[in-house]
Design a protein around this ligand. Structure first.
Ligand code: DAK
Length: 259
């Protein structure tokens, strides 16, 4: 598929990188861009050589939200009846391999929500996160009122959703929204380092770890722990578990085959 609104590349043949590319609109997310992003991530997910993906934007903006110009004239019938701005937003949730958001600049509205749909966020020190939809007479619609409180707690999430205040990278790290903050010129280097580390491990194990952590947000503790236990037990059926433990016992580097 030829992409117009994203740039797609790979690193070391193992990391799939999607760069949002509508610089004049600060990577505002429209239907076509979300279709392309979904298609690119699904293609990487299906590619056995790829062990991890990165979604990123420009230095100025990860994404400044859904495209307001495109949404401005939607009626309820368009939004609900024809499923505009919903039908292609959940694709990223179906991706089974790890996806890291590398966020520089603005991550607002749908941009913040997109980053939160990734498995973890590495932020540049110029990153700004916000849910400013209230200024447009709407509320977050792609999980902002649900994922943000799970990440930063009720008080900060309410503050951001009700006052439209932006959170800078340092505050976002303190609050648990992002896993690391790095200098803006080191963002891709650091994120690629994390992605390549993930690629060294068994894909079966990294997918299971992702699935199990995500389960924590969908179930009570007992059910979640049971889910984790079943996956843990199941991994003893893989060749990679034998390889990983044998390599440790024999003091050598493991060679995982994703089997
Ligand atoms: N949409 C369209 N264009 C945008 C945009 C956006 N979200 N954000 C920025 N732009 C455009 C500006 O219109 C401007 O275009 P020109 O005038 O040059 O043609 C260009 O990008 C540069 O922006 P500024 O001139 O405003 O740049 P500044 O540095 O002065 O300000 C800013 C940067 C990010 C603070 C400002 O642009 C801004 O406040 N932007 C809007 C942020 C915002 O309100 N975002 C939330 C949008 S609502 C759903 C899925 C998703 C959503 C909802 C439901 N479902 C699955 C149901 C999401 C909703 C939203 O995100």
């Amino acid at each position: 598929m030829a992409y117009e609104l994203i740039e797609v590349s790979t690193e070391a043949g193992k990391v799939g990188i999607v760069r949002l590319n509508r610089p004049k609109q600060l990577n505002a997310l429209n239907e076509a861009l979300m279709d392309e992003l979904g298609a690119a991530l699904k293609a990487f997910d299906a590619d056995e050589a790829i062990g991890c993906m990165i979604v990123t934007g420009s230095e100025k903006a990860f994404a400044a939200g859904a495209d307001i110009g495109a949404m401005a004239q939607y009626s309820f019938a368009d939004a609900y009846g024809r499923d505009y701005i919903t039908r292609n937003w959940e694709t990223i949730r179906s991706i089974r391999k790890p996806v890291i958001a590398a966020v520089s600049g603005f991550a607002l509205g749908g941009g913040c929500e997109l980053a939160m749909m990734c498995d973890f966020i590495i932020a540049a020190d110029n990153a700004k996160f916000g849910q400013p939809e209230i200024k447009l007479g709407i509320i977050p619609g792609a999980g902002g009122t649900q994922r943000l409180p799970r990440a930063v707690g009720k008080s900060k999430a309410m503050d951001m959703a009700l006052t439209a205040r932006m959170m800078d990278a340092q505050e976002a790290e303190r609050a648990g929204l992002v896993s690391r903050v790095v200098a803006v010129d080191k963002l891709m280097e650091e994120t690629l380092g994390a992605a390549l580390t993930i690629c060294e491990f068994s894909q079966i194990a990294t997918m299971a770890a992702k699935e199990s952590v995500n389960r924590a947000f969908e179930s009570g503790l007992s059910d979640g722990v049971m889910f984790e236990r079943r996956l843990f037990h199941a991994l003893f059926a893989t060749a990679d578990q034998k390889e990983g433990m044998d390599a440790f016992v024999n003091k050598r580097k493991p060679s995982f085959k994703n089997r």
